[in-house]
Design a protein around this ligand. Structure first.
Ligand SMILES: Nc1ncnc2c1ncn2[C@@H]1O[C@H](COP(=O)(O)OP(=O)(O)OP(=O)(O)O)[C@@H](O)[C@H]1O
Ligand SMILES: [Mg+2]
Length: 267
């Protein structure tokens, strides 16, 4: 399998995996349990705090087999399709590159068709603040009274740029910057999974530098992990320079050992 950056590999797959946004995930989970879901949601907040992630998890809860339910099966084919971006019924639109009235009219025309295989047809529009005023206006009517099988989920870092008429038709959730201690703990968990040794102070420094954004913290961890692994490999090569392979019965031990026995600590 090709290499996946940490931020993608560790994208939370269910509400309980999302860090520091319980005020949002808990409310959504309750709405699902009480069968009181709205038809339009707006997720606002700083970059890399979980807006797209929460929208996708919510989509899985709504469209999973025998759903809507919060505790969907990880192996449910429909949830896997959504996580991979292959579901015909979860349409992700980048508001930055589809911002005009034509694109929104097209969307409006497809809204009336029933979902292909799931309960709901879900439109996730990222960077929704980028839509033009005309595009927003074209969306209004649909947003007011969409067919029962349609759900809209909007995400934005700049809610103040979204027209008030759109805002008033959505349930709004404001995501928070994630506290440094929580980011640091999450990085420690990832480092352990990735078998990278980084001390707590370094993780805390990364977490603080990320200013509440988990994605930024994970990207920094990715970079540091690469450097550490490179250094570790260089260390291994230097160990081999000191005890070249074939230079006696011990040499094999050195090349295989990679960092455990006292001899490998030469580098
Ligand atoms: N609250 C969180 N808990 C755990 N991981 C998170 C959280 N928020 C973000 N991440 C990590 O950051 C990555 C990006 O998150 P996501 O795409 O949800 O951010 P976003 O808020 O939509 O950002 P943007 O405004 O840049 O679109 C995720 O794949 C995940 O690895
Ligand atoms: Mg996003």
């Amino acid at each position: 399998m090709s290499y996946q950056v940490i931020a993608r590999k560790y994208r939370p797959q269910r509400f309980s995996d999302v860090v520091g946004q319980e005020h949002v995930t808990q409310t959504l989970a309750n709405a699902i349990k009480q069968k009181r879901t709205a038809h339009a949601y707006l997720f606002c907040g700083p970059r890399g705090t979980g807006k797209t992630t929460i929208a996708r998890i919510f989509a899985k809860c709504l469209n999973c087999t025998d759903g809507p339910k919060v505790d969907f099966d990880e192996q449910d084919a429909r949830c896997i399709e959504i996580a991979d971006g292959r579901s015909l019924d979860v349409i992700e639109i980048d508001g930055a590159s589809n911002r005009g009235i034509e694109e929104i009219r097209e969307l409006r025309d497809t809204v009336k068709y029933a979902p292909a295989a799931s309960k709901f047809k879900i439109y996730i529009i990222d960077e929704v603040h980028m839509l033009t005023k005309e595009a927003f206006n074209a969306l209004l009517k649909t947003l007011e009274e969409p067919p029962a099988h349609v759900k809209f989920m909007f995400a934005t870092t700049e809610p103040e740029k979204v027209l008030p008429t759109i805002l008033s038709r959505c349930q709004r959730f404001d995501l928070r910057r994630i506290p440094t201690a929580l980011i640091s703990q999450h990085l420690a968990h990832i480092a352990k999974q990735e078998k990278v040794k980084i001390d707590e102070a370094a993780l805390y420094a990364i977490a603080r530098g990320a200013d509440g954004a988990m994605r930024d913290a994970e990207s920094a961890l990715d970079q540091l992990a690469h450097q550490l692994l490179r250094r570790q490999n260089r260390g291994r090569r230097r160990a081999l320079d000191v005890w070249p392979c074939g230079a006696g019965s011990d040499s094999g031990v050195v090349s295989r050992g990679s960092g455990r026995g006292s001899r490998n600590r030469v580098a």
